[in-house]
Design a protein around this ligand. Sequence first.
Ligand SMILES: [Zn+2]
Ligand SMILES: [Zn+2]
Length: 348
Amino acid sequence: MTTMNGVRLPGNSTVEHVRLEVPEPGPGQVLLAMKASSICGSDIRAIYREHLGHGPEAYQNVVAGHEPAGQVVAVGPDCKRLREGDRVAVYHISGCGVCDECRSGYMIGCTSPHRAAYGWQRDGGHAEFLLAEERTCLPLPDGLSFADGALVSCGFGTAYEALLRLEVSGRDQLLVTGLGPVGLAAAMLGRALGAGPIIGTDVSPERLAIAERLGLVDHAVPAGDEAAGLIAELTGGQGCAATVDCSGNAQARLLALRSTRTWGRCAFVGEGGQVTLDVSQELIHRQITLYGSWVTSLRHMSELLQNLVRWNLRPDVTVTDRFALADAGDAYQLADAGTAGKVAIVFD
Ligand SMILES: [Zn+2]
Ligand SMILES: [Zn+2]
């Protein structure tokens, strides 16, 4: 096959189907046959509705999709590890490889002009084939599906990183504000790390229902005026030792912060927007540690893939809707509605 189908996101909440040359892997690169390519909230927020991004979020009219998983079908010269037939998930940013952030595995934080994110500045997973740097490909353990791998590529990796930053353990009650795909991931992984009870909030009754149906939260609390009181009641008036906002919404961020117990830790993961807070009252006098956490590292993504097998956990249970590439328009429309679990484009 010399040409392939792909999807771009021109903005205005539309998708564009294009026919492209199948790329050939150069030195250090592999060609993947795509198997799963899921949709992330960032695709909706910064690309699909309109092209919002600057710098690392500037979309350059490439094939979309930054949560790819696939199978190696061709290996370029000088590859060190991958062979034809290997199943991989793709860390979604290819950094320069030689700056401090890249050296510590956080290619997300690379600021070199050589940095390019799949689906943002270089072709991503919404096509039949993907040209990937070998160093960004992580072998997918046998027990995990391609959809599992795709979900780890951004969403689950991001949730895992925030929980590591918070050092979540069996000592903690955990509050997750925002039960979109990243929030569902935080709830699932938080429990695996020992936290409990797990409390989740969302404005969408559908999303609360998904979290409950999957058994990912012990308490699904509707976001709104009553939420803070309910969470206090559920935690003996003290709040949760660990909290994470996965919504990016100002009210939800404040709810997470205010529901963090004294000496507790809070992480902001949901992107975009602003928040205003009474610093003395909400943060300083309550001895709160507040973290920002952006994506994850190659090392932690690899560790997560292995832990998922040990924990017998399958991220793909959070996929509520699967679409063929030809129906990418429907997939994006559904993901944009904010009521589904994870939406994924799957191949075969
Ligand atoms: Zn993402
Ligand atoms: Zn770099």
